[in-house]
Design a protein around this ligand. Sequence first.
Ligand SMILES: *Cc1c(COP(=O)(O)O)cnc(C)c1O
Length: 388
Amino acid sequence: MSKKKQGLNTICTHVGEIKDEQFKGAVSPIYLSTSYEFDGVDVKRYPRYFNTPNQEFLAKKIAALEHTETAMIFSSGMAAISHMFLAFLQKGDHIVVQNTLYGGTSNFIREEFHKYGIDYTFTNGYAVSDFEAAIQSNTKLIHIETPSNPLLTITDIKGVADLAKSKGIVTTIDNTFASPVNQNPIDFGIDIVMHSATKYLGGHSDISAGAVASSAAHMDRIWNVSKNLGGNLSDMTVWMLERSMKTLALRVKAQNKNARKLAKFLDKHEAIARVYYPGLKSHPEHQLAKEQMHDFGAMLSFELVDGIDAMAFMKQLNLIKPSMSLAGVESTMLLPSKTSHSLLTQEQRDAVGISDQLIRFSVGIETFRDLKIDIEHAIINTKTTSFA
Ligand SMILES: *Cc1c(COP(=O)(O)O)cnc(C)c1O
């Protein structure tokens, strides 16, 4: 059976397994060696060469999930992003990045690129025309993020990929929010896909990791830089990531389903002013999301009506935890105005649409009814306490 024909859950469970030839155990053994016999011919295995057995085999699973020839695993999402960028950019080059970008990526560009003499432009919006307007004669890379954080805007993946191809520019995408279960950007012409595996691929809020998936030719360039920078993941954690990824599709599909129901519930609730979720018909890019995503994901944001204090609401939640991170099996919420976007001024926040009433919701796998009850109670309790 060829890999392409295998179903998602089979890929998650079995692709990239290491056979335990010695004891016939059911799961991949962990190889902790940092030193391998040198036979003069074979690959020289070494952790920082990203080719120890556990790294090499788990990469096969990620490549299969993202429909690429190959993949590489890193110690964090930022290690994946930074190595990927530095593989394609050098002094005098220019990169176009989406304006609504993960904070860490944005900081990396703003704080480090000038040291390398790399120029950059953040787009004014996320329409294909915004990317086109930002391209210069020295643009080598376009980087997008869709769905975006925290407003879940949808960028036209094929539109941007086609534009870049027509100009010989390489494209990269941060596919963290969607996960490979919900979106496969390679099928729309994107060159390189990256993940913060700390999020859905890990999925239990206990692993820091990153991944990049692409053709072998692009990966050669990334590898050449990465072997100099380090940033490989320990084989112990690679093994944990493999274990986690066996349930990736099960988890994410359960999370998708909860998110869809919660988005509808919140959308109808009188205490909620607005819901941002690509699965809602009212979402401005709902149609586009339908075309390029298998499902709409488990991240959503909503605004409480004025008069219900967002901070007080968060304190009234019992089941849903306040948390900076996302994508675990447990549901979490955060206030972007107090966390990810707290360093911006009020005007800057207004300009990007981050109100004080906005809450980002990473939907977990708990029973839908319990999540709904938790939110309902929190709203009622917040109302009572604020009127007391
Ligand atoms: C968390 C995150 C990253 C960075 O990943 P780390 O594992 O924290 O380094 C990058 N992009 C997105 C969209 C993320 O959510």
